[in-house]
Design a protein around this ligand. Structure first.
Ligand code: NAP
Length: 269
């Protein structure tokens, strides 16, 4: 089986990546193939897995990911840095088992006559204004839903719901739901301006379109990537036909991860 190792450049991740690559090189059934892998192993944190996902964007439907965490248990990282040998054994005995999660489709049109862009996010996309209030029309399924004023909007996947979305007051959604969530970032609500004021959850049959008032200060993010050098005309969000696949050798339950990340041992009365 062809394996790619994608690590961040900190010392502990490099050490784990080296150990992993040595074990793979010794194996009779595994080989390193960074260009055309069947399994991509990310070594670092959730941020590293996000980068690995975008690095292998073209192969998403063909590869399965495995995340080794060299810091804390993450939302995309199941394996600890001291479990490398166990992971290599699981790879050697692989029978194709996987679990998959929804992705977010992003279609951007620009008012500069250039070609539109298509992107896919694993966590979320945000549209916001760097200076001043972002003014935007928000459509649900082509029907005008609200006139938004505020810092911006965050549109996330279920696995991304524990990231930026959570920081801006969005709900945590189990990745068993095929849904996307729109959460507001500091909306202005008073007698003159009104938004829904709560997160909204959209099913696979619907899309969200955001039409921001043209400004050079509007920016769009797709996970850790930033789009800011073209004037945005509209952004349409929907659940992607594509999904991300993880090799399921061992699996931490989603709510156990949530508990571990945000509650920990603070369960006393
Ligand atoms: P970063 O600023 O280096 O890291 C952001 C933090 O988000 C890291 O602690 C990362 O965990 C964590 N994270 C990433 N995905 C997560 C998930 N699905 N659930 C829970 N936590 C998650 O940025 P980065 O490494 O380039 O990652 C980009 C992500 O940062 C974006 O997709 C966005 O979700 C998040 N972000 C959050 C805020 C905010 O909460 N205010 C603002 C900007 C961006 P690890 O330490 O395991 O890598």
């Amino acid at each position: 089986m062809r394996i790619a190792i994608y690590g961040n450049d900190n010392k502990s991740s490099s050490k784990v990546a080296t150990e992993l690559s040595e074990l793979i090189n010794k194996s009779e059934v595994l080989q390193i193939d960074e260009l055309n892998p069947e399994v991509v192993i990310s070594v670092g944190g959730d941020g590293t897995l996000l980068s690995a996902f975008h690095h292998y964007d073209d192969l998403t439907e063909k590869v399965r990911f495995v995340g080794i965490h060299t810091g804390h248990l993450g939302f995309y990282t199941d394996w600890r840095d001291n479990e490398v040998e166990k992971l290599v054994e699981s790879l050697e005995n692989d029978n194709g088992q996987s679990v998959s999660y929804p992705l977010l489709d992003i279609q951007v049109e620009y008012s500069d006559q250039g070609l539109p862009d298509k992107m896919v996010a694993l966590n979320e996309s945000t549209v916001k204004k760097l200076f001043g209030t972002m003014v935007a029309k928000v459509y649900i399924k082509d029907r005008l839903f609200e006139n938004f004023r505020g810092d911006g909007l965050c549109i996330s996947t279920p696995t991304g719901s524990t990231a930026y979305n959570k920081s801006v007051g969005g709900a945590i959604i189990s990745p068993k739901f095929n849904a996307i969530q729109v959460a507001e970032m500091a909306s202005i609500n008073n007698r003159v301006f009104r938004t829904i004021g709560s997160p909204v959850i959209i099913p696979p049959t619907e899309t969200i379109t955001v039409v921001p008032k043209v400004s050079l200060h509007n920016v769009l993010t797709c996970d850790q990537l930033l789009v800011m050098d073209r004037p945005i005309k509209s952004i349409t969000y929907g659940i992607s036909q594509r999904r991300i696949y993880f090799a399921k050798y061992q699996h931490t339950h989603f709510w156990e991860r949530v508990n571990n990340s945000f509650i920990g041992d603070n369960l006393n009365d």
